[in-house]
Write a new protein. Structure first.
Ligand code: AMP
Ligand code: MG
Length: 417
């Protein structure tokens, strides 16, 4: 990694390049402590160590079919009649040996009795009476038997450290009798909106007012990514209201990241830096060469990292995807950090880009070759939630990128489906 200038070396007026902002933010976070929880509660959590099977699966040679357990050599020349000496349903083994000329009626999941080395499915047999069966079609040794350990063996590594647990992992771990899992503590992210114009969802929306939608936009993004959001509500654009919220933040337990929304620019009502500054905010950098989202702040407040997001929903979201998600994933110790990236074919021409890294709301589909084809949303207004909601990716344009033609390849950031 090339040496980056320290904060004090950065000219205060220049915009921080996206990559450098990401490096600085990433260095401010580390993995949180592990905790043990029941497997039943583990969906979506991130493992904090490797996990190993506590038992072998299947624990015994099991039948994969309803049929007859027997010796393959007895059915080399079919049809042949065999003596039925007992039963082995799932959960109950036959207490005896299958000897030449005999067979045990067996069912799917039943333990294959000693002496038998194959299972003939019942469709290939004709039951003559209680004590005998005619095998119509034979099978080689091992057929229709799931050997012990066929799925996994005791002490085999089943799940890597840093894995997000899905229902599929949980099903496997249940079969392996892993009742307790070690996961990373969920990062706690406090959210504070600012603005005189904001009201809470469900409230009466007066003239000149809008709903504070960003609280939910971001708290659900945090939940989707394995964190816990703590909504501190709305601070008005005045010192006493912000101070009240600072008191609330300080009274909140173990906040790993503090996020403010809005008030990050230089308007008369943008008080975040000014008021928080009076209470110890250290600004590491302010303003990133990104569009949308230029006025983002990164600093430290109340001994914890702080991100000051701009208020426009698309700006807040683009900054959150680029900077908050990596922080969250690092705290969780995930194997994959940040939104996944991909390459897509442009469905239309694009003008040359300005000096900021641009994240256009966009939608991709797959063509018949399985390649992604992407189109940017026609209007890139950062206040528009309707285009953001229906986007499934962000189309990335590097600073000063030349114009691009339909068919060119571009990088996209995939958004959660
Ligand atoms: P600001 O960054 O405070 O100048 O806000 C920029 C724009 O985003 C303004 O139009 C605000 O009304 C809007 N905005 C700020 N906070 C929120 C929020 N929590 N939810 C929705 N819109 C917001
Ligand atoms: Mg505002």
């Amino acid at each position: 990694m090339s040496k980056m200038p320290t904060i004090s070396e950065m000219p205060h007026t220049s915009l921080m390049p996206v990559q450098q902002a990401l490096e600085i933010i990433s260095q401010s976070f580390s993995r949180l402590d592990p905790e043990d929880i029941p497997l039943t509660q583990a969906l979506g959590r991130t493992t904090a160590r490797d996990h190993f099977a506590a038992i072998t699966q299947p624990p015994f040679n099991a039948s994969a079919m309803d049929g007859y357990a027997l010796r393959a050599e007895d059915v080399a020349n079919c049809p042949v009649e065999l003596q039925v000496i007992g039963e082995a349903p799932a959960g109950k083994s036959y207490d005896g040996d299958v000897t030449p000329g005999t067979t045990v009626r067996i069912f799917t999941g039943g333990p294959v009795p000693k002496g038998a080395d194959t299972v003939i499915m019942q469709e290939n047999a004709e039951r003559l009476n209680e004590g005998s069966v005619r095998i119509l079609i034979g099978a080689e040794s091992g057929r229709n038997i799931r050997p012990a350990g066929n799925d996994f063996a005791k002490e085999q590594k089943l799940v890597e450290d840093g894995t997000i647990l899905t229902s599929r992992h949980i099903g496997m771990m249940a079969a392996a009798n892993i009742a307790t899992v070690t996961v990373t503590r969920q990062p706690r992210i406090a959210l504070l909106s600012t603005g005189d114009e904001l009201v809470t969802i469900g409230d009466v929306v007066g003239p000149d007012q809008i709903i504070s939608s960003n609280n939910l936009l971001l708290s659900t993004l945090i939940t989707e990514n394995g964190g816990t959001a703590i909504d501190l509500g709305i601070a008005r654009d005045n010192a006493p209201s912000l101070e009240e919220k600072i008191t609330l933040l300080k009274a909140t337990d173990s906040v790993d990241l503090f996020i403010t929304i809005g008030g990050a620019s230089v308007g008369d009502h943008d008080l975040v830096q000014k008021i928080l500054g009076q209470y110890g905010l250290k600004v590491h950098f302010w303003k990133i060469a990104i569009r949308p989202g230029k006025p983002m702040i990164f600093g430290e407040f109340n001994q914890r990292p702080m991100i000051g997001l701009p208020g426009n929903p698309a700006s807040a979201y683009v900054c959150a995807v680029n900077f908050m998600l990596p922080a969250l994933h690092i705290m969780l110790g995930r194997n994959v950090i940040g939104a996944p990236r991909s390459i897509a074919i442009l469905d239309h021409a694009l003008k040359d880009n300005g000096s900021r890294q641009d994240y256009m709301r966009a939608y991709y589909t797959e063509n018949s070759d399985g390649e992604k084809v992407v189109a940017a949303t026609p209007r890139q207004d950062s206040a528009k939630l309707s285009t953001l909601a229906h986007a499934n990716c962000l189309l990335v344009r590097t600073p000063n990128a030349p114009s691009a033609a339909k068919g060119d390849r571009v990088e996209i950031l995939l958004l959660q489906p």
